[in-house]
Design a protein around this ligand. Structure first.
Ligand code: ZN
Length: 98
C-alpha cells in the first residue's frame, strides 16, 4: 500500500492508517468535505458581516468626528462589498443546501 507524508510531522505513514501513528493527526479527511463546503459559505457570510461592520465603523467614525472621511469611496466600498458578500454567501448556501 502506498505511503503518504503526514502534513504535520512529515512522517511516512500508510494511506490506510486512520491517523498518523507519530503525532496522531487524522488522515481520513474526505468525509469532512461536505461539511466544509457548508462552512465555506458561512465563512463567506461571516467575511461579509465583517466587511459591513468595518464600513459602518468607518462611517460612524466620520459621523462622530464630523469631518470629511480620508477616503469616502473606501467607506462606500466596504459597505457595498459587505452587503454583496453576505448576499453571495446566502445564495451560495441556498444553492448548495436548499
Ligand atoms: Zn504526523
Amino acid at each position: 500500500m502506498p505511503l503518504v507524508t503526514c502534513q504535520d510531522c512529515n512522517a511516512e505513514i500508510s494511506d490506510a492508517a486512520p491517523a498518523c501513528p507519530k503525532c496522531g493527526r487524522p488522515m481520513n479527511e474526505e468525509p469532512q468535505i461536505v461539511e466544509a463546503t457548508g462552512k465555506g459559505w458561512k465563512l463567506i457570510q461571516a467575511a461579509g458581516v465583517l466587511a459591513l461592520f468595518f464600513g459602518v465603523a468607518q462611517a460612524c467614525k466620520v459621523w462622530n468626528v464630523g469631518q470629511e472621511p480620508d477616503a469616502p469611496n473606501l467607506v462606500a466600498f466596504w459597505l457595498i462589498t459587505g452587503v454583496a458578500v453576505i448576499i453571495v454567501g446566502h445564495v451560495g448556501a441556498w444553492w448548495n443546501h436548499g
